[in-house]
Design a binder for this molecule. Structure first.
Ligand SMILES: [Zn+2]
Length: 423
């Protein structure tokens, strides 16, 4: 049997900085307004490698991968994940779900609550409640006012998807600049290489067969009403983006979709994929109140930027209240003390030094590592030739070295040995 190997080749872009999009929000507390990150382009990315990158604070936007420089950036972005196996919806989430189901099954309009529903007992689990109004889950003979369908499909471009996205951007973000090609770059193109999910036995037909990028399509009587853009990876479902039509503002689709995504992770787990356990919801930005909604689901955990261990969200709150940059594993490394609602970063010596500390990074990393980090030296006729960084012609060229070293630092030693860099 031939075992296919998926090689990940990253094209590091080096450290970068940009004007922060969160500081402009009212209620923010940083005055620095500059966001720092390390990024990389990638055309082919293995799902297990991306899973490990998420656990090091990385995230993708189309075919670009980036990791915030948490110590320097004005609004630190903590990776947040929700435990799908122990998640239980709050009373208000259950209400939203019940309201949507009554709308689909009975045609009851928003806000209406019939007397007979008030006394109903809740279904056995929220997974059952979630599927209760879906056409393919209805018991034979059950009538439904509308036909509600949720399906997973590969991430491809259609005019129908683009027009829903375009209307959403205009309405919710007051943004009219998007085009079919910017939509494609952001939400259709994906470097993730599909790879079979190894279920121990045949899974239910609505579950995905492969890891990779998907569009979760919500249809009512055939009309596309919402799309969830998600990645399905070895240990998690990762939310990328979500859009819905204007008619459905009343339904709180953002919350319904979060429940549907957490349920998907749980159902894959229950179909026998032991390691599938979480919904990754992207970044949690404590310094921007508008972005704290991701913490409304429980139990949630934030990734520690020093140790890369996960700690419960509640445990973070006291430290995030007092420091711009916080670590629970190493509290003494927290910095940017908050006084009068503003982060005081005068103590950090490199505040105005925006150059990458190459010498320091080279000293911190073991020298033998550069015999193991592989670089693309040339490529032709579909063949790729690699060489260890230490023997690479451009290794002593500062510009190239900065790209490689900053990337290795951001990936961590183990992950850096598992991929190939093409600076
Ligand atoms: Zn900011």
């Amino acid at each position: 049997m031939v075992v296919p190997i998926c090689i990940t080749i990253l094209d590091p872009a080096g450290p970068s900085r940009s004007t922060c999009g969160y500081c402009s929000e009212p209620g923010q507390r940083s005055a620095k307004k500059t966001s720092f990150s390390t990024g990389s382009f990638v055309s082919q990315l293995s799902c297990p490698v991306y899973m490990d990158m998420l656990d090091r604070g990385w995230r993708r936007s189309g075919e670009y991968l980036y990791k915030p420089n948490m110590k320097k950036t004005c609004c630190p972005q903590y990776t947040i994940r929700l435990d799908a196996l122990t998640f239980g919806p709050s009373k208000s989430l259950r209400k939203l779900l019940g309201r949507w189901n009554r709308y689909v099954l009975l045609g009851e309009s928003s806000g209406a609550q019939s007397a007979k529903q008030k006394g109903d007992s809740a279904p056995a689990s929220f997974v059952d409640a979630l599927h209760a109004s879906e056409a393919t889950f209805l018991k034979p003979g059950t009538s439904s006012k509308y036909r509600f369908e949720v399906t997973l499909e590969e991430s491809t471009f259609t005019e129908e998807k683009y027009s829903l996205y375009h209307a959403y951007q205009r309405r919710v973000h007051k943004d009219e600049r998007d085009t079919p090609s910017s939509f494609t770059r952001f939400l259709v193109d994906s470097p993730l290489v599909r790879q079979p999910i190894e279920y121990p036995s045949l899974p239910p037909p609505h579950l995905p067969k492969n890891y990779g990028s998907y569009h979760q399509m919500y249809r009512l009587d055939g009309e596309l009403i919402a799309i969830g853009f998600i990645d399905i990876l070895p240990a998690c479902v990762s939310s990328v983006y979500f859009v819905y039509g204007e008619k459905w503002e009343w339904a709180s689709f953002g919350k319904l979709s979060a429940m549907r995504e957490v349920s998907l992770a749980r159902e894959i787990h229950e179909a026998g994929v032991e390691e599938m356990k979480y919904l990754y919801m992207g970044f949690y930005i404590y310094s921007c109140p508008k972005m704290r909604y991701k913490g409304e689901y429980s139990p949630s955990f934030l990734l520690d930027p020093e140790s890369y261990l996960w700690h419960p969200l509640e445990a973070w709150k006291p430290l995030l209240e007092t420091h711009r940059y916080a670590s629970i594993s190493f509290p003494e490394r927290s910095m940017g003390a908050i006084t009068n609602g503003e982060a005081d970063d005068s103590s950090s010596e490199d505040e105005d030094d925006h150059t990458y500390p190459l010498d320091l990074a080279l000293k911190t990393l073991p020298e033998s590592l550069w015999d193991e980090v592989m670089i693309v030296s040339s490529a032709s006729n579909g063949q790729v030739y690699v060489t260890p960084a230490s023997r690479w012609t451009h290794w002593k060229h500062e510009g190239y070295q900065t790209k490689v070293v900053s990337m290795v630092e951001a990936l961590g030693v183990e992950l850096a040995k598992a991929i190939i860099l093409n600076p």
